[in-house]
Design a binder for this molecule. Structure first.
Ligand code: SF4
Length: 191
């Protein structure tokens, strides 16, 4: 079984999402709308983060767009917005967020990016020691995230937790941030 990088984002938001989605097969209401919105936003954003910025500031010599990858070794799959090939021989994922940058990279986004990093290393055979996030609602601010070995380990441990939840039907603890429950699709069935 392979889990998607999107599953990891959901799990980090609230571990119970995975149980409701994959053990009880109850989809999230907003998913469809979100995908349409994101598709539109992404198209416009790629044009705004202009090529010369990416080439000069990020020292990118080549890039591939919308790269779908799977890994049986890591048991993950997902589509990264862009794979950048840098002039030092490394590669890096670039992900676009329909969000503002508030001086901190969220844990969710960091681990999402690290998993794309693992997929890129396996598929392209290039080392990945950093990734980039473009915040489209902060004038397309681009933030660099450095990956260390412990970040990759932590990201894979989250994948293992998700696999355990799905394979054994384990009912995890909900998020401790109760504000997230207010608008949650599952609040009526979650105790
Ligand atoms: S109601 Fe709260 S704890 Fe339950 S699934 Fe939703 S966010 Fe998680």
């Amino acid at each position: 079984m392979l889990i998607t990088v999107s599953d990891v984002i959901e799990y980090l938001f609230c571990p119970r999402f995975i149980f409701f989605m994959h053990c009880l097969n109850i989809p999230q209401r907003e998913e469809r709308y979100y995908k349409v919105l994101r598709g539109r936003e992404l198209h416009e954003s790629r044009e705004k983060v202009n090529t010369s910025y990416v080439r000069k500031r990020l020292r990118c010599v080549r890039k591939e767009v919308a790269v779908y990858m799977t890994s049986h070794r890591y048991r993950i799959k997902g589509e990264v917005d862009e794979v950048l090939f840098l002039d030092d021989g490394t590669a890096a994922p670039m992900d676009y967020k329909y969000a503002e940058y508030n001086d901190v990279v969220h844990r969710t986004h960091k681990y999402q990016l690290a998993l794309y990093g693992l997929l890129i290393m396996e598929h392209f055979g290039a080392p990945v020691n950093r990734g980039f996030i473009c915040y489209t609602r902060s004038d397309h601010h681009v933030e660099e995230v450095i990956f260390r070995r412990k970040d990759y380990h932590a990201a894979l441990e989250i994948v293992n937790e998700i696999l355990r939840t799905v394979q054994y039907g384990y009912y995890p603890e909900g998020t401790k941030q109760k504000a997230r429950c207010v608008d949650c699709t599952y609040r009526n069935i979650c105790d």
